[in-house]
Design a binder for this molecule. Structure first.
Ligand code: K1U
Ligand code: ZN
Length: 184
């Protein structure tokens, strides 16, 4: 509820500083672009990461890769917490170890309304840079491991539906086209 003039001012300020980026929709060819490593973590990259995180929270989603907003650099943001206040930023992520197998029902902000299982590693160890340009190592399992692998696929130009059979991909495309026609 808006209570005072200063509440209105802070809403205006938030709106002014928030940048919600456009998320590319499958089968947009730009989703197949391979992202380049970030050469240096600059203020420009940090500003982009803020916009990427705001776009993820607004969607809402639990992850977002730079590729999905048509920026082809190796940056991902993730927040799998229930409180939506534990942002994880991975710049130039690399998987250095993986173990086990997990079949998890995934979704994707670039393929809205479509869900399906993908087989991935159950647990992974990742190295990446943080927003200060410092290197760190992260052990992940469960939903976090699934999400990191899903977002890293985006950086490699791969969308989760492309793990499925040709037939299932064709059916997915037909469903997406039908949905698009109904909103036009
Ligand atoms: O990459 C993306 O498009 C984001 C995607 C991440 C993801 C979800 C599930 C498994 C693997 C990767 C999403 O965030 S889809 C939306 C979603 O899962 C969600 C949205 C709101 C609340 C909880 C989950
Ligand atoms: Zn996705």
């Amino acid at each position: 509820m808006i209570r005072s003039k200063s509440d209105i001012e802070s809403i205006k300020l938030n709106k002014f500083f928030m940048a919600i980026l456009k998320i590319l929709q499958y089968p947009d060819e730009r989703l197949h672009t391979v992202a380049a490593p970030v050469a240096q973590v600059t203020d420009k990259i940090r500003l982009f990461i803020k916009d990427l995180a705001e776009t993820m929270y607004a969607a809402p989603g639990i992850g977002l890769a730079a590729t999905q907003v048509d920026v082809h650099e190796r940056v991902i943001v993730i927040d799998t917490s229930e409180t939506h206040d534990q942002l994880l930023v991975l710049i130039n992520p690399e998987i250095i170890a993986s173990n086990g197998i997990s079949d998890y029902e995934e979704g994707c902000l670039s393929v809205p309304g479509i869900y399906g299982k993908v087989r991935r590693a159950e647990s992974i160890t990742v190295t990446a840079l943080n927003t200060e340009g410092e290197s760190f190592v992260l052990d992940a399992d469960g939903l976090l491991a699934v999400c990191i692998q899903h977002e890293m696929d985006h950086l490699a130009g791969k969308v989760f539906v492309e793990y499925w059979s040709r037939l299932k991909q064709m059916r997915t495309l037909a469903r997406l086209k039908k949905k698009q026609r109904s909103v036009m």
